[in-house]
Each structure stands twice: as structure tokens, then as C-alpha cells.
Ligand binder design. Structure first.
Ligand code: FAD
Length: 481
């Protein structure tokens, strides 16, 4: 009997190119429904954050256009909605691409059994990882906890990531059908009612063509010098692909093979290209950790950190969130985050270290704020990176290594361009005093128009004192361990 009707459930894969679930459903079925479900209740605390919602609104709108208006939007409990569409539309098969957080895995498993018990075919695919978490393990079968052996001995020795799939043909795409009882994109209510998001919208092209342009531009320019310059937040030497990889406007397979092609053509420097590929490896590593240690977003991987004497201080947390700590590089980063929905990796490390070490506020506060503000907010990368910063994760930065915000600023923003862009109050400060305005003589401050405690904050905490407190706190848990 000819295969008739399939349902494709799009999730973290908002693209037409290299989308295995969409490609294979269109290839095998006469009629295909493609749906996206906004399920804010079920995901509870990790419901889509504010900046990500703005991104989703635009990305879903663009994807719907690419699918000739045949993408259907639904809102509510995802498993119940899939079940009811399957029943109402006489669906023969359901296709989706896999995702790896605990909640999704448990929900998908239950749904798959229910559908199979009802004689519905279920096909799931890998669309978002180069190597799935269960494909890479140590020789004794346990998961890697340290990045370098994970990547070098695990990933690079494993099967090469598959080639990206071609676009489904225009003719195949004609087989898409819209659901009658779906909601409109506007009814998903992803855009906020108060306009705080226009600067985020103007910073990004939030769709599949934006992702491809971003990759091409990076391979033409930014990747040249990546290894050295990727730490400089004022320069465009990282790809800025993270939001596209997270929401799935581009697949890591497309990125991986685009780099390999440029390497084969001697079009990009080998050391820069391989360093870039290893950063994709960090993303894989985070997902491997999330899969093998599903409590990663909540619990420290190193048990002893459960007893760390974190401080509660709303005033300090608010100053950090709003970029008002009085430490220019920290404030610049937090304001970049608010204005663009993104922050440069080097600065993420500096602001993260400041939160957990200088202020000794729990890394959960940072994880939650980033979750709400980042357009690339990611279950695996966000949790693994915060654990890394706090010193409590796998292969983490040791707790006693405390970033000095002044020397970090001097080293990585040596011309002060990044700080002056995001902290315009300091635009006339001479470089010599830019990273520690509190040490500048009165006449220098006056000439630069800076009044500490008035138009720019005094430092929230004293660097040396904060450092000592942090080290003492660390000694306490070491004693207990
Ligand atoms: C406290 C903290 C929180 C973070 N939260 C997130 C998050 O929610 N989502 C997110 O995607 N990244 C997160 N990162 C990792 C990293 O900062 C971003 O992936 C990176 O800045 C994205 O910029 P890019 O695309 O220009 O990176 P590139 O340097 O161009 O790297 C290419 C890709 O590799 C991956 N990658 C790069 N660096 C890392 C890394 N250290 N760990 C894991 N993957 C990496 C990303 O997918 C990135 O797009 C966090 C880092 C820190 C320190």
C-alpha cells in the first residue's frame, strides 16, 4: 500500500537544508504536515527565554515563507497536541529530529511508545550533533569528562560526520499541507508587548539565509587569524553562528563540511580552521555531558561544590545584570548581552568569573540570566559553561583561578574599543585608566567627564578583598571534601 500521510515535528531544526526529518518525510510520503509547537508549560523552568522568543518569532516566520506558508503553528502541551493531530488527520508516520535534554528525551520516549502502540510509524534522526553522545566513549565504555581526550581520541578517531543532505526539491515541497486548526505566528505571542527588543532585531538576520551568510562571511574573512584573534571582543573574528546552531537554522554538518572544503582548497589557514572545528567540538562535549549527566543544569558535577558557601545579595545581582558593577569590561559585556542578545566568549568568561568569584553569587543566577537574555541560550552549552566557570564542572577552570577584570580588559580589549562602545560614559577616559577608573587622578576623571558614583558606578567590591574571600570559601569546601 502506498505511504500516505506523515507529520514532521520541527523543534531545534528550523531549516529546510540538511533537515533529515523533513527531507525523509517528503521523500517517502504523498502528503506531509509540518508543525512547530510552542510548549511553554511543559518545559517549565527552561521554557524559551525572552531574547530567544524574539529570535524564534522571526525564524519561524521566515521558515514558513520558505515552506510556502505550509508550516503550522500550535501552542500547548506538545505530546497531547501531536497525539491529537495524528488522530484527527489519519497520520501514518511521525518524523522528528532528536534533542538531548532530560525532559525532551523522556517526553519523546513516551510519545514514541504511544504512537507505535497505535500502529503509527515513528522515525527520529540526528540533525544537530556531529557525533551523538552514545557514539563517543572511553575504551571502558564510560563517558569522557575531559575535553581534549574526548575530542582527539574520541571524536577525531570516530567516523567522519555525515555529509549534509540536499534540499528537498520544489516538487517534493508541493506535498506539504497546512493544518486547518493551527494558530497564527502572532498568536504564539513570542514578541514582547513592551519594545525592549529592537536593538536585538537590528543586530541579527534571524533565519536560514542569515545563517548561511554568516558562515560564508566568516569563512571569507573572520576565520583568517581565528586562533589568535578569537579572544578579542572588539574584532569580528568569531563566527557568531551560535544562535543559528542552537535554533537550527544551520546544521553543524553543513558548517563542518564547509570548513573541510575550504581546507581542501587551501582557502583557509589550517591552524585557524582546525581550532574553529575544535570549538564545534566543545559544543559536542557539552551535549555529551548533558546526555550522560542529565542534572547538569542544576547540580554541580563535582559533589563537593554542593556545600559551597554562596552569598545571596540582590543588590549585587542587579548591578551585575544591568552592567553597573563599576568594572568596565564586566559592564561592557553585560550591556552587550542586553543590547544584542549575545556576548563574546572571552567576555562571557570574565563576567561569569566575576559573578561567581568576586560576588560569590551562585552560578545558577548567571545561568538563568543568560538563559533569558541570550539568543543562543542552549541547554547544554549554557549549563556546561557555567559549571566550567564556577569550577564545579567536568574539566572545569580551577576555582582558585580568578580572572582579574582589569588585566583581562587590558589584554583582550587593548585599544578599549569594546569598552567604549558599550560603556559610553567612559569614552573619553585615557586607555591607561580605562580598566580601573577608580585609580585615576581627579583631574583625569574630570577631563574625561567621569564622576564616579554619579555617572559611572564606583566598584561594587574591592578586587583584592573579593579575591581573598573567594579563596577562603574554596578552602572551606576543600576541607570538607
Ligand atoms: C558562562 C558561559 C555561558 C555560555 N552559554 C552559552 C549558550 O547558552 N549557548 C551557546 O551556544 N554557547 C554558550 N557559551 C559558549 C560560547 O561562549 C559561545 O558558544 C560562543 O561565544 C559563540 O560565539 P561564536 O558562534 O562566534 O563562536 P565561535 O568561536 O565561532 O565557535 C563556533 C561554534 O562553536 C561552539 N562553541 C564555541 N565556543 C564554545 C564553548 N566554549 N563551549 C561550547 N561551544 C562552543 C558554538 O556553537 C559556536 O557557535 C557560553 C560560554 C560561557 C563562558
Amino acid at each position: 500500500m502506498a505511504k500516505k500521510t506523515a507529520l514532521v515535528w520541527l523543534r531545534h531544526d528550523l531549516r529546510v537544508a540538511d533537515n533529515p526529518a523533513l527531507y525523509h518525510a517528503l521523500d517517502s510520503y504523498e502528503k506531509v504536515y509540518a508543525i512547530y509547537i510552542l510548549d511553554q508549560n511543559q518545559e517549565q523552568e527552561w521554557a524559551v527565554g525572552g531574547a530567544k522568543k524574539v529570535w524564534l518569532h522571526h525564524s519561524l516566520g521566515a521558515l514558513n515563507e520558505r515552506l510556502n506558508g505550509k508550516l503550522s503553528f500550535l501552542k500547548g502541551d506538545s505530546a497531547s497536541l501531536v497525539k491529537s493531530v495524528v488522530k484527527d488527520r489519519d497520520i501514518d508516520a511521525v518524523y522528528w529530529n532528536r534533542y538531548y535534554d532530560e525532559h525532551t528525551i523522556n517526553r519523546d520516549k513516551k510519545l514514541k511508545s504511544y504512537l507505535q502502540d497505535n500502529d503509527i510509524e515513528v522515525e527520529t534522526f540526528n540533525a544537530s550533533l556531529l557525533w551523538e553522545p552514545w557514539e563517543i566513549s572511553k575504551s571502558d565504555g564510560t563517558p569522557y569528562k575531559v575535553f581534549t581526550p574526548y575530542y582527539k581520541n574520541g571524536c577525531l578517531e570516530a567516523k567522519e560526520p555525515r555529509q549534509p543532505l540536499p534540499m528537498p526539491s520544489g516538487q517534493k515541497r508541493e506535498n506539504l499541507v497546512a493544518l486547518q486548526n493551527s494558530v497564527s505566528l502572532d498568536e504564539l505571542e513570542l514578541l514582547p508587548s513592551i519594545n525592549w527588543h529592537s536593538s536585538i532585531e537590528s543586530a541579527w538576520e534571524m533565519d536560514e539565509s542569515g545563517a548561511n551568510k554568516c558562515l560564508e562571511e566568516f569563512l571569507d574573512k573572520g576565520i583568517h587569524g581565528y586562533k589568535e584573534k578569537r579572544n578579542n571582543p572588539a574584532q569580528r573574528h568569531t563566527s557568531r553562528l551560535s544562535p543559528y546552531l542552537q535554533t537550527g537554522e544551520i546544521s553543524p554538518h553543513t558548517v563542518w563540511h564547509a570548513v573541510q572544503e575550504r581546507l581542501a582548497a587551501n582557502d583557509v589557514p589550517s591552524n585557524d580552521a582546525h581550532h574553529f572545528l575544535s570549538e564545534l567540538g566543545w559544543r559536542e562535549f557539552s551535549y555529551s555531558l548533558l546526555y550522560h549527566f542529565p542534572k547538569l543544569p542544576h547540580e554541580p558535577l563535582q559533589e563537593k561544590f554542593k556545600d559551597f558557601p554562596w552569598v545571596e545579595n540582590d543588590k549585587h545581582l542587579n548591578a551585575w545584570q544591568t552592567g553597573q558593577t563599576g568594572y568596565p569590561i564586566v559592564d561592557a559585556g553585560m550591556r552587550e548581552l542586553w543590547q544584542t542578545g549575545w556576548m563574546h566568549n572571552r567576555v562571557r568568561m570574565i563576567v561569569g568569573s566575576f559573578l561567581v568569584k568576586h560576588l560569590r553569587l551562585h552560578w545558577h543566577h548567571g545561568e538563568e540570566w543568560f538563559w533569558d537574555c541570550l539568543v543562543d541560550a542552549d541547554h547544554a552549552n549554557n549549563a556546561a559553561s557555567w559549571q566550567w566557570i564556577a569550577g564545579c564542572g567536568a574539566d572545569a577552570a580551577p576555582y582558585f583561578r580568578i580572572f582579574n577584570p582589569m588585566t583581562q580588559g587590558e589584554k583582550f580589549d587593548s585599544e578599549g574599543e569594546y569598552i567604549k562602545k558599550y560603556v559610553p560614559e567612559l569614552k573619553d577616559m585615557p586607555l591607561k585608566h580605562l580598566n580601573a577608573p577608580w585609580d585615576a587622578p581627579d583631574d583625569v576623571l574630570k577631563k574625561a567627564g567621569v564622576k564616579l558614583g554619579d555617572n559611572y558606578p564606583k566598584p561594587l567590591v574591592d578586587h583584592s578583598e573579593a579575591r581573598n574571600y573567594a579563596l577562603d570559601a574554596f578552602q572551606e569546601i576543600k576541607k570538607g571534601s
